[in-house]
Design a protein around this ligand. Structure first.
Ligand code: NAG
Ligand code: NAG
Ligand code: NAG
Ligand code: NAG
Length: 495
């Protein structure tokens, strides 16, 4: 009899302790949901932990001691810039509950400081009526994503429309006669294609390896490398007396080809080198959508001009003002909106990322030179290869990649956009200074069109310069006569 009583007590106590464990376990599962909380940068959001009163009652909990800690205080902090908060919640006796809530909600304000992910740890000690202590530890992921202030929404929302607009314009302005002529000489198109989609991605890859980019920024540069040529290249081609038709057609064909080549590079080399390391996947649907945004309007533009040729002169007239607006949009508004991104980039990356376009100029030109193109085509291919359509990189990154990597990586296109054209400005400045200095000293008798005499002329100019410094009186006699000729000899001087 006694034995059986002992056995019953024993079994009951096991059963009860088991119950308590189960109850703790189920309590923990309601409390620790492993949420991922997305908070936009600069925003402050409330994060809640909810305690179920029924559970607390079942365990006879009187006091909850809760400590919360944010792992990386650079990424997020509680209010007053703390990353650690200790709190004690006293639970009133269940019989005299003043509030009729079924839950107790513990609220923390979390401020997002930096785009990245971090963990928030909760260490919870609960003390019941008999001073037993139950411990529960759990953590949630905090994901700080790109900011969603109004200006961010405006900037991000407008990008696809800007790109569509440029594509429509490009489709309208494409001269079908020129297209036919160039298709008859496919070698230039082939050179352009190889530079755009062979050289550029590989240059980007080499830079990221050589300068030991983190995968995230490597990915950013690689996406820029896989982009088609940009609209700005046509303007530079005109400024440097290149082959405008070739430039326009290269922009056009690389834009069309981006539909296949971008996924090709991203899902092969990009996947192996960057994406696998970052443990992210590019959703194919999103990428296709982004790319359709580029080439769909191109077709619409071509169709529009085919159906209604009258719109072409109108569009031609608005090209320049639109370009100005777009430059303002990207460079002034874009810089203002994305200013915070400059925190995310190190000097090493900021200085090496622009090597992509710069090496693109050089290698593109070299490639064209190897294939025996003339000087104006060499310049065109170089410019076209180096200048990327950075807007597309922005769009593909922002719209096709998961947060927070999308915003973090978009600092690279920003830097590339800013620094791409700097060598051209330098060349223009140099050319300007050169012209100012050289004009007065060109002797008339040497001016001729073949290269040999140009060289002799330049040599003699240098001589006369030396002479000039000693006897400035000789200058005036020749100024007027040579002024007109200076422009023709430009390409050679730039080299
Ligand atoms: C939640 O996270 C904990 C540890 O952090 C883990 O043991 C548990 O399996 C996770 N639960 C879910 C549903 O992911
Ligand atoms: C408490 O809330 C429950 C439902 O949530 C309701 O049925 C009950 O009447 C409430 N009691 C008091 C005292 O407000
Ligand atoms: C984000 O945080 C991880 C560690 O949590 C760190 O390795 C990584 O460099 C951070 N990324 C940036 C862009 O700061
Ligand atoms: C919970 O976390 C605290 C510190 O954060 C630690 O001291 C304790 O051992 C942890 N408890 C469990 C059960 O993991």
């Amino acid at each position: 009899m006694v034995r059986s009583i002992v056995l019953v007590i024993f079994l009951t106590s096991i059963f009860l302790s088991q119950c308590q464990h189960e109850s703790i376990a189920s309590f923990k599962s309601t409390l620790c949901t492993n949420d991922t909380r997305k908070i936009p940068l600069f925003a402050t959001q409330d994060i809640h932990k909810t305690f179920d009163r029924a559970h607390l009652r079942a365990l006879n909990i009187r006091v909850i001691h809760i400590s919360t800690l944010i792992n990386d205080r650079k990424v997020a902090t509680f209010d007053k810039d703390r990353h650690y908060i200790d709190n004690i919640i006293h639970i009133l006796d269940n019989t005299q509950t003043s509030k009729n809530d079924s839950t107790i909600v513990y609220t923390l304000k979390v401020h997002a400081n930096y785009i990245n992910r971090t963990l928030i740890h909760y260490s919870i000690r609960m003390i019941d009526g008999e001073n037993h202590i139950f411990r529960i530890n759990c953590s949630d992921v905090i994901l700080i994503i790109g900011p969603s202030r109004v200006i961010d929404k405006v900037f991000k929302g407008i990008i696809p429309f800007v790109i569509m607009f440029i594509s429509i314009q490009m489709g309208i302005l494409l001269d079908l006669e020129v297209l036919k002529e160039l298709i008859r000489r496919p070698i230039q198109i082939l050179i352009g294609f190889c530079c755009q989609y062979g050289l550029m991605p590989l240059i980007a890859y080499s830079i990221t390896k050589l300068f030991r980019y983190e995968s995230l920024y490597g990915l950013g540069l690689f996406v820029v490398g896989c982009c088609p040529g940009g609209w700005a290249s046509n303007q530079w081609t005109v400024l440097f007396d290149g082959d405008l038709n070739l430039s326009v057609f290269m922009s056009f064909s690389s834009t069309v080809a981006s539909f296949f080549m971008m996924p090709f590079w991203l899902y092969t080399l990009g996947e192996r080198v960057y994406l696998r390391d970052l443990k992210i996947r590019i959703p194919f649907v999103n990428l296709t959508q982004s790319l359709l945004t580029i080439i769909g309007p191109l077709g619409i533009g071509m169709l529009a001009v085919y159906c209604c040729p009258k719109i072409k002169p109108i569009v031609t007239r608005i090209v320049k003002p639109m370009l100005l607006i777009l430059i303002l949009y990207f460079f002034v508004f874009g810089a203002f909106v994305n200013f915070y991104l400059f925190r995310y980039i190190s000097l090493r990356i900021a200085l090496s990322a622009p090597l992509l376009p710069w090496l693109g100029f050089i290698f593109g030109g070299l490639f064209a030179w190897i294939f025996r193109q003339d000087w104006s085509r060499i310049k065109t291919v170089g410019i076209e290869t180096g200048i990327q359509n950075v807007g597309i990189a922005f769009m593909v990154l922002l719209y096709s990649f998961p947060a927070p990597e999308n915003t973090q990586a978009s600092v690279i296109p920003l830097v590339v956009a800013y620094l791409s054209a700097q060598p051209f400005y330098l060349i223009l400045l140099g050319r300007f200074i050169y012209r100012k200095c050289q004009k007065p000293e060109k002797p008339v008798r040497y001016v001729s069109d073949d290269t040999l005499s140009k060289t002799t002329r330049r040599l003699s100019e240098e001589e006369s310069e030396i002479v000039d410094t000693s006897s400035p009186k000789r200058k005036p006699s020749i100024i007027v006569s040579v002024a007109g000729m200076a422009a023709d000899s430009e390409p050679l001087e730039v080299s």
